[in-house]
Design a protein around this ligand. Structure first.
Ligand code: PA5
Length: 440
């Protein structure tokens, strides 16, 4: 099971504060469990892992198998924010760093930017491939995925007689443009429940269908998350989500640590940090409050951000995700000339070097005034990533309530959209366009 430790915070915090913040975390957890807090109509994520019906998983597998039978070798998953990051980070975690297995379609993502070059190059790639698409948008009206879907849909319709068989929509049960189109065209479609917000949706069809189509074991992913449900909603002081929420709020409020840096030591988890940043950034960054979520991928970033973390403004604490076991074994060889002086490493596993780098960095950063929260998982696989997803979601709910914000809304993301629509001259935005243009 996932392990949590705050022992490397001990020299920065005192026991009385720990007791105080654990008590606050327990109160916040009670609000989450009783469903009496702000945003309580968005708590569908709490039991989604343990209540996903087998029939839904079978439907996902049927789509995967149908596409494989058609020879589909590229699935374009369209979505942004919470409709993108969960599947993206899971696929990045599970896939081979270099080789596509060929057992299931390759997954690429679109609709998470407005780059013309990106979509033009996607079209170049689709020209080489047998293509299907999954379009994910809860509202069904978000500009970035809607624009990408126009392009990919038109491409598929022009290229294949069975276009409708190659398009799947994941959206609201009743409303939105995507829902209307899916109904009209008879696309296969799945529902994002009203009570599941975007950044808490990775264990819903939003994450599960793309991960399944990519060939990964969503049963194990759900099992990992479901095994964490009881643990992370329990009022026991051993609850790791409760402890994590308590310690990070203590560091923020008492130690004035306003930035949390999520640290990983395996490039497969680099995108997991992007998912985590959205989860905490969009949930807590409001009402002029919140811990700024940042991330680094070590040892790569020890050669860039390492200097700042060791020696720059003392604004941060680290949350380190450790992976106990590498999946593969690489042993460093002996070199007769030993020009690089590394023969002292001969016969050692590279993973041992990575672990020593991790340990050495932790101690150096403590000396530099950076407290560390440690989270460890046994290995990178579906079961363990499922645990991490649930652990952080529960912690985010508890932590947001401790902070005194509604962790389940995101009013701040509307501001840019209004300006963008006005500048793009969307009908209805004329007055705002005039006001903005006067400022430019
Ligand atoms: O977490 C969220 O709610 C957001 O990041 C949304 O997921 C994102 O804005 C995409 O929205 P939609 O799925 O409605 O297209």
């Amino acid at each position: 099971m996932l392990k949590f430790s705050s022992v490397r915070c001990n020299s920065f915090i005192n026991n009385a504060d720990v007791v105080k913040y654990v008590a606050k975390a327990k109160d916040a957890l009670a609000v989450l469990n009783d469903e009496t807090g702000a945003g309580n109509d968005f708590l569908g994520w709490k039991r989604i892992a343990s209540s996903t019906p087998e029939s839904l998983i079978a439907d996902f597998e049927a789509i995967r198998d149908k596409w494989i039978a058609k020879g589909v070798d590229l699935v374009v998953v369209i979505g942004i924010g919470g409709s993108y990051l969960g599947a993206k980070c899971a696929v990045e975690a599970f896939k081979h760093n270099f080789i596509h297995s060929g057992k299931a379609p390759e997954i690429v993502f679109a609709g998470h930017n407005l780059s013309e070059d990106y979509l033009a190059e996607l079209e170049d790639y689709m020209n080489l491939k047998n293509v299907a698409t999954i379009c994910i948008s809860k509202s069904g009206t978000t500009t970035e995925p809607a624009v990408a879907f126009r392009l990919v849909k038109a491409y598929i319709e022009a290229k294949y007689a069975d276009a409708k068989e190659r398009i799947v929509a994941i959206t609201d049960a009743k409303k939105g443009a995507l829902k209307t189109l899916a109904t009209e065209q008879g696309y296969a479609s799945f529902v994002i429940a009203d009570n599941v917000g975007g950044r808490f949706s990775v264990l819903s069809p939003v994450g599960l269908l793309p991960i399944c189509v990519a060939g990964y074991d969503i049963r194990a992913l759900l099992k990992g998350a479901a095994d964490m449900e009881e643990v992370c909603l329990s009022s026991s002081e051993e609850n790791p989500s409760l402890q994590y929420a308590a310690i990070r709020n203590l560091l923020y409020s008492e130690n004035k640590k306003s930035t949390e840096v999520l640290v990983t030591y395996n490039p497969k988890l680099t995108f997991f940090a992007e998912w985590w940043k959205q989860l905490f950034g969009e949930s807590e960054g409001k009402d002029c409050k919140g811990i700024y979520p940042a991330s680094v991928a070590f040892t790569t970033d020890l050669h860039s951000m390492g200097q700042f973390i060791q020696d720059g403004s003392r604004i941060m604490f680290e949350t380190v995700i450790s992976v106990e076991n590498a999946a593969r074994k690489v042993v460093i060889g002996k070199d007769e000339a030993n020009l690089d002086g590394l023969n002292f490493l001969a016969g050692k596993r590279l993973e041992h070097c990575n672990k020593m780098a991790e340990l050495g960095t932790k101690l150096a950063h403590i000396d530099g005034g950076v407290p560390q929260i440690e989270i460890s998982i046994e290995k990178i696989d579906e079961y363990n990533i499922g645990q991490l997803f649930y652990f952080f979601e529960a912690a985010c709910g508890i932590s947001g309530y401790m902070l005194g914000v509604n962790p389940f809304n995101q009013p701040g993301v509307e501001a840019y959209k209004k300006n963008m629509f006005a500048l793009l001259e969307k009908p209805g935005y004329e007055a705002q366009a005039a006001a903005l243009k006067a400022r430019l």
